[in-house]
Ligand binder design. Structure first.
Ligand code: HEM
Length: 508
């Protein structure tokens, strides 16, 4: 056979496979799948995602609709891009979509999905979530750590004051990242000074988040997994080993120093709280004890907490500051509110936060346009279901594009893309998961359990930064010149750090 004939035959073969997959994609057993773009053989639509998948999916949804079918390698996926559809997936049929897909990253980093965030729907997830919500993330636990937030933010203000006096430009992204890290490490591990070599969890966490957020070919085209074409498996193995060593050291240290648990009742960090469960005498009727009984469970849950807490709050503060810099009138309004509620003779206290209603509108608007999880965390359907006349097969991946919904003029009117906090004036729209047009914390059973904690971190940090300082862009840069490029991962931070000049404005 000539080379030309061979090439033609291969093309024919590929075309047949492609046609087969296309028919397979658009109908299944005669049932209609949601519309979507044609994919390529084997990789499906993976090549269409680009470096900012939420944006690519936003553009595709304009053409194919707010319930769109794509194929990520061999995995069928549904992209939901309207509040009406989101309500059907996350509320009406919440249980069907309450699972998470098994991905390679969580297998390595969550000790075979023994954490909470990436664990499949079932009794283990239910129990660990209930336990964490009650013992680690409850309102009273968040409240107990108010002195830590006050001390850490107080020390940030002092550092920034010095920079202001010296006329320096500061890397605000880095400073905010550090302060949230210190607050959360104290809450989770009991201390923040694990830095400088002995601890070093932050860089590993950054790598972890990147690996979890990456579209890993091995998850979608399993037969390519052994080739590790993107090098992600190798990095996952290294990361999980480093993380494990660090967590083992921390737990050992806590075990050695655990005194009478009653003495520490008030300020027990997460490790202590979890170890006390491990050390409880076995009770066969105790559900929690039945499931969370091993050190690996504790390590996996701790890692979930660290990964979920650090970038989320810091990224929200960073984006909000950037928007305030780009909108001087909004910055002025926030400062006026702080002037009225707090004055200039003292620092903001946590008890002031409930009176800062304009600041709340600003945060809502910032989380609307810059959701930390633009596609939430991926869900997976646990059974076949028909929604809006479309067949959604079991084990479909569901991506809810909240980033796209924020830019939909049908939802937010013609100024959808503008930063305009006043849109929430006299409006009942809340962002806690009940209103499907605005859900930066997700919704339903898998919605964020750390919302209260995340919000208090964000509110207090922002109030402190805006109350204490005037902020200027360096080198005469104009507000409109501020770069707002995003970087996609598990969270959606700014691509470039925010560099600003502070000027202290209080009388204390
Ligand atoms: C501004 C701060 C935060 C934002 C914007 C945020 C956002 C989110 C989002 C979008 C999800 C996925 C929800 C879904 O699939 O419907 C999520 C899940 C989760 N978040 Fe948060 N989060 C924040 C802070 C925190 C904090 C401080 C913690 C804990 C220390 C936390 C722990 C978790 C956990 C454990 C899950 C997984 C829940 C599950 O799968 O059952 N989050 N978060």
């Amino acid at each position: 056979m000539t080379p030309l004939a061979l090439a033609l035959l291969s093309l024919l073969l590929l075309g047949t496979i492609y046609a087969f997959f296309y028919i397979f994609l658009t109908t299944k057993n005669g049932r209609k799948l949601p519309p979507g773009p044609r994919g390529l053989p084997i990789i499906g639509n993976l090549h269409m995602l680009g470096t900012l998948p939420h944006q690519s999916l936003h553009h595709l949804a304009k053409k194919y609709g707010h319930v769109m079918s794509i194929r990520l390698g061999y995995v069928p996926a549904i992209v939901v891009s309207s509040p009406q559809a989101a309500e059907l997936f996350l509320k009406t049929h919440d249980v069907v979509f309450a699972s998470r897909p098994k991905i390679q990253a969580s297998e390595y980093l969550s000790y075979g999905s023994k954490g909470m965030a990436f664990t499949e729907y079932g009794p283990y997830w239910r129990t660990s979530r209930k336990w964490c919500t009650l013992h680690l993330l409850s309102a009273s636990k968040v409240e107990q750590f108010a002195p830590v937030r006050k001390a850490e933010l107080g020390s940030l203000v002092e550092t920034l004051k010095k920079a202001a006096a010296a006329g320096e430009t500061v890397d605000l992204s880095q400073k905010v990242g550090e302060v949230i890290e210190n607050i959360m490490f104290k809450m989770i591990f009991g201390r923040s000074n694990y830095k400088n070599g002995t601890f070093g969890l932050k860089p590993v966490i950054e790598e972890t988040l990147h690996l979890v957020g990456a579209f890993n070919l091995s998850d979608y085209v399993p037969f390519l997994a052994p080739l590790d074409l993107q090098g992600l498996t190798r990095r996952l193995k290294i990361s999980s080993k480093v993380v494990d060593e660090i967590l083992e050291n921390i737990i050992d240290e806590h075990e050695q120093h655990m005194t009478n648990p009653k003495e520490q009742q008030l300020h027990r960090d997460f490790v202590d709280v979890m170890l006390s469960l491990l050390n409880k005498p076995m009770d066969p009727h105790d559900e929690e004890h039945k499931y969370i009984i091993e050190r690996t469970n504790i390590k996996a849950i701790l890692l979930d907490m660290v990964a979920a807490a650090l970038d989320t709050s810091a990224t929200t503060v960073e984006w909000t500051m950037a928007e305030l810099l780009r909108h001087p009138q909004v910055m002025f309004n926030v400062q006026q509110e702080l002037e009225n509620v707090v004055g200039r003779n003292r620092l903001v206290e946590e008890s002031d936060l409930s009176k800062l209603t304009y600041l709340d509108m600003v945060i809502k608007e910032s989380m609307r346009l810059h959701p930390v999880g633009p596609l939430l965390l991926p869900r997976e359907s646990i059974e076949d279901i028909t929604i809006m006349g479309y067949f959604i097969p079991k084990k479909s991946r569901v991506l809810v594009n909240v980033w796209s919904m924020a830019r939909d003029p049908n939802v937010w009117s013609d100024n959808a893309e503008a930063f305009f906090p006043e849109r929430f004036k006299d409006s009942n729209i809340d962002f806690r998961g009940k209103d499907f047009q605005l859900m930066p914390f997700g919704s339903g059973r898998r919605g964020c359990p750390g919302m209260q904690l995340g919000l208090v971190n964000v509110r207090l940090a922002l109030a402190q930064l805006v109350h204490c300082f005037e902020w200027q862009l360096p080198d005469g840069m104009l507000p409109s010149g501020l770069d707002m490029t995003e970087k996609f991962g598990l969270s959606l931070p700014r691509a470039n750090h925010l560099l600003l000049k502070p000027n202290y404005r209080l009388h204390v």
